[in-house]
Design a binder for this molecule. Structure first.
Ligand SMILES: [Zn+2]
Length: 68
């Protein structure tokens, strides 16, 4: 039903714009905003996280800076 959809859309719209919990950019400033529980993350932060995970991924453990 079209009426129901319009109602739902109105209900979903919030007074406070959704923001990325990491960089603080609003929904309108990013391409995508992914919800994870109570937090949100934008596509750029996801890419940044993926890079960090990739860098610290498979490799020797305990040899990072600060170890010792
Ligand atoms: Zn972000």
């Amino acid at each position: 039903m079209l009426g129901t959809e319009l109602r739902t859309r109105r209900f979903v719209r919030r007074l406070v714009p959704l923001r990325c919990s990491f960089c603080g950019r609003s929904e309108a400033e990013v391409d995508k905003l992914v919800r994870g529980g109570l937090a949100f993350i934008c596509d750029e932060c996801i890419a940044a996280c993926a890079r960090i995970v990739d860098e610290s991924g498979p490799g020797p453990k305990g040899e990072g800076p600060g170890a010792g």
